[in-house]
Ligand binder design. Structure first.
Ligand code: HEM
Length: 406
């Protein structure tokens, strides 16, 4: 392949899209060495990505890559060292089918919709925290706390314990730059806490999601306490940093596109639905879908990937593929034909998508309504991205604005 932009450099992390365009053109299914030393295949075209996401020959069980699994280099960060157990993102059918059916009974789109007033309340509370000061770091002060408190509430974590989750989530989100042990420790804290909570709730069910998980049954089958704890953990894990990045990347994109942002501010209620879909496509929260492993020789995009190899589907690249999207590098907040892959595709399609959309829509419209002249604190400063392979999100997003009267 002709020389192109290098992968995984500092420039790549700041803007990976030129490198992905190069791969789509010259090596759409490409074997590379990841920064962790693991060899993996990157799938970068839209059509191939959709096929791979739905292909049952690709397993989600990280033990297919045994050595890398033992070193904690594949799978959900920290899960191997903390013994989270089996959950949706490391299981295949039929186990995945069973657990997914049970959780779907408890975590319905209706439950997410009923949560709307609470998300609005949390959003206003976090904006209240900085609105009078004229400046904020929109990651630390807003995008980071909102999803963690929202999921804790949804699960039924008592309010007095929710600050602990903020601390543990902070340990997890720093894993790109901090000591690796921190993630495993945070995951272990969460796991222990959630097990105890499930045990306590069993005798006193409420209408929260954990009670729903305990209650859910299918043909007489229930989740065991271990399964319910692993499920609560994966809901937290999958629903937290992703939503931080939707809000953070989305706001950063809007601040860089004044025309699009002004149109959204004029008609927020009409425009916010398609706008959030376009923000998910244009600079989505999950750069690479979570790990997959070939169980047999598997052809993808004309390349036969041998058995036992890690495969990473590059959602961020698929969603910029000109074969599927008109003018893919252009931000168009009213884009009509937008079947983006930001929430995945196939049996592992994001179960939290209705909640994520709701949080993204409320967070962005409320912030722009309350602080209409919001702008970057220093337009010339380079924004720093968090490390880590799977997610794409900012470390900080410093802004300034006319203070709200106290
Ligand atoms: C799965 C993205 C928010 C829970 C996924 C997948 C993607 C994704 C791409 C598929 C991964 C794969 O196939 O490898 C996102 C994005 C979000 C978001 C972009 C925010 C903007 C949430 C929320 C929750 C959640 C709020 C829950 C509270 C899950 C779960 C799975 C999943 C449990 C695994 C489903 C399965 O394997 O059957 N998400 N997610 N996500 N997501 Fe989300």
């Amino acid at each position: 392949i002709p020389p192109g932009p290098e992968l995984f450099t500092r420039e790549f992390v700041a803007d990976p899209y030129p490198a992905y365009a190069h791969l789509r053109a010259h090596a759409p299914v490409h074997r590379t060495t990841l920064p962790s030393g693991v060899e993996a295949w990157l799938v970068t075209r839209y059509a191939d990505a959709r096929q791979a996401l739905a292909d049952q020959r690709l397993s989600k069980d990280p033990r297919h890559s045994e050595a890398a699994w033992k070193q904690g280099k594949v799978g959900v960060p920290g899960e191997q060292r903390s013994g989270v157990g089996a959950h949706l993102l490391n299981l295949d059918p039929p186990d995945h089918t069973r657990l997914r059916r049970l959780v779907s009974k408890a975590f319905t789109p209706r439950r997410a919709e009923d949560f709307r007033p609470r998300v609005q309340e949390l959003t206003d509370r976090f904006i209240d925290g900085f609105a009078a000061s004229g400046e904020a770091d929109l990651i630390h002060d807003f995008a980071f706390p909102l999803p963690i408190y929202a999921i804790c509430d949804l699960l039924g974590v008592p309010e007095e314990d929710q600050d602990d989750f903020r601390t543990w989530a902070g340990m997890m989100i720093r894993h790109g730059s901090g000591p690796r042990g921190g993630v495993a420790r945070a995951v272990r804290h969460m796991r222990t806490y959630l097990r105890e909570l499930i045990h306590r709730k069993r005798g006193d069910l409420g209408d929260d999601l954990i009670s729903g998980l305990i209650r859910a049954s299918d043909h007489g089958e229930h989740l065991t306490e271990d399964e319910a704890a692993a499920m609560a953990f994966i809901l937290l894990f999958a629903g937290f940093e992703t939503t931080v990045n939707l809000i953070g990347n989305g706001l950063r994109t809007l601040l860089a596109h004044p025309g699009a942002r002004a149109a959204l501010q004029r008609e927020p209620d009409e425009r916010i639905g398609p706008a959030v879909e376009e923000l998910l496509r244009y600079d989505g929260p999950v750069e690479l879908a979570t790990w997959r492993f070939t169980t047999c020789a598997t052809p993808i995009g004309g390349v036969v990937i041998p058995a036992g190899e890690p495969v990473l589907v590059v959602l961020a690249s698929a969603d910029r593929d000109a074969e599927r999207f008109a003018e893919p590098d252009k931000l168009d907040l009213s884009r009509a034909d937008n079947p983006h892959l930001a929430f995945g595709h196939g049996i592992h399609y994001c179960i939290g998508a209705p909640l994520a959309r709701l949080e993204g829509q409320i967070a962005i419209t409320t912030l722009l309504r309350r602080l209409p002249d919001l702008e970057l604190a220093d337009p010339d400063a380079e924004l720093r991205w968090r490390g880590g392979l799977i997610m794409r999100g900012l470390q900080r997003l410093p802004v300034r604005f006319t203070p709200e009267p106290a």
